[in-house]
Design a protein around this ligand. Structure first.
Ligand code: TXA
Ligand code: MG
Length: 351
């Protein structure tokens, strides 16, 4: 398949408008368009067209039991797709458009190809102007998973998308680097006062709790799934974001990490905090700076692109500190334990 490449960082110019009109037409006609969002790039198709949705699974190599998020241009458009509630509108007022996805009971019009047979559907109203304008131009809700090949890190830059999706989609819209860098927070509405947090993101548990709702974190978010345990969100059970070289997370203090890294041999990469750079500079490892230790926003925006960058070299092993799982750190921790296939080294224990 020939892939059209277009640039649209914003929607101000005539060229951008032309691009979005064409992209909208491609979506309406059942094609695939990769577009930027504030979280990661999405691989979009008409959410009401079962054949178009099927094409997404083929392009990504995605298991067919993993449902898609349906993107809308305005929170009110959820009305035609799902059974909404007062809590949905409370969430919408607080966080939409933005990096929050809400799971609600689906209406008839959503094909089973989008929900992988579930009776619920995930709804998200993205903030990125190009994403919103594209959905508006398409005139249909847009089903879109992250635009990576299944199993690799979500793309946060158009170059990542090209690596994974060239020749597999009809159009790629280059909108530059994604601001957040980790996928949206996913919550399921359980009752008018209760949410289950299925995937942490830039809308944090603390942000949600500020609305006076009870937020239960699904067990798979911070830990490994136990044998036989059912997953609330099918995507959680797959090995994810994993670089080719094994990634190992280091839990401990900066000094413990330094001492540990001093004793390693081989071709090593370390995704470290800015504060660690100098003290580690004499060690024979390649240092990838993730931002300051307290700057979880920066770390989130860099994680996936650093994993992809490190993957281009042939490292024996990649180490990274295990982040504290609070605030934005919960989203980082969730992605990093998956990328690490849950391999965490507890440094304090080894003394
Ligand atoms: O930020 C994002 O959410 C990006 C951008 C493109 O919007 N999209 C994204 O989609 O991350 P994807 O397909 O990579 O991840 C969607 C996750 C999967 O883990 C899937 O299992 C879960 O959402 N999901 C979708 N529908 C669901 C449902 N009805 N119930 C439970 N989990 C659901
Ligand atoms: Mg994904």
């Amino acid at each position: 398949m020939e892939t059209l490449f277009r640039k649209a960082v914003d929607i101000s110019g005539a060229e951008e408008r032309e691009t979005l009109l064409l992209a909208g037409k491609i979506l309406r006609e059942g094609g695939l368009v990769v577009f930027p969002t504030e979280t990661v790039y999405g691989l979009g198709a008409d959410a009401l067209n079962p054949l178009a949705a099927q094409k997404i699974y083929a392009a990504k190599g995605r298991p067919s039991d993993n449902p898609l998020i349906v993107h809308i241009a305005d929170p009110s458009e959820a009305e035609g797709l799902v059974h909404t509630s007062a809590l949905y509108y409370k969430l919408a007022r607080a966080f939409m458009p933005g990096p929050l996805t809400v799971i609600m009971p689906k209406k008839e019009c959503i094909p089973k190809e989008v929900t992988a047979g579930l009776d619920t559907v995930a709804i998200r109203c993205p903030q990125h102007p190009v994403a919103r304008e594209l959905i508006a131009c398409a005139g249909v809700p847009v089903a879109a998973p992250s635009a990576n090949l299944s199993g690799s890190p979500s793309p946060t830059d158009a170059s990542h998308v090209k690596d994974d999706m060239k020749g597999r989609v009809d159009m790629i819209i280059d909108g530059g680097a994604c601001e957040v860098g980790l996928e949206s927070t996913i919550v399921k509405i359980e009752s008018e006062s209760e949410l289950t947090l299925l995937r942490p993101g830039a809308v944090t548990k603390e942000d949600l709790e500020a609305l006076n709702v009870k937020v239960t974190v699904a067990s798979a978010v911070l830990g490994a799934l136990k044998e036989g345990e059912t997953v609330l969100s099918p995507g959680m059970k797959y090995r994810h974001y994993a670089p080719r070289a094994p990634l190992l997370l280091l839990e401990g203090t900066a000094l413990e990490r330094e001492n540990f890294l001093k004793e390693r041999e081989g071709k090593i990469a370390y995704l470290g905090y800015d504060e660690e750079r100098e003290v580690l500079s004499s060690l024979p490892l390649r240092f990838y700076a993730m931002g300051g230790e307290a700057d979880t926003k920066k770390q989130a925006s860099l994680l996936f692109s650093l994993l992809r960058e490190a993957d281009k070299e042939d490292y024996d092993v990649i180490y990274a500190p295990a982040p504290a799982p609070t605030g934005m750190g919960m989203a980082l921790y969730n992605r990093m334990i998956r990328a690490a296939a849950h391999q965490i080294i507890h440094l304090g224990d080894n003394k």
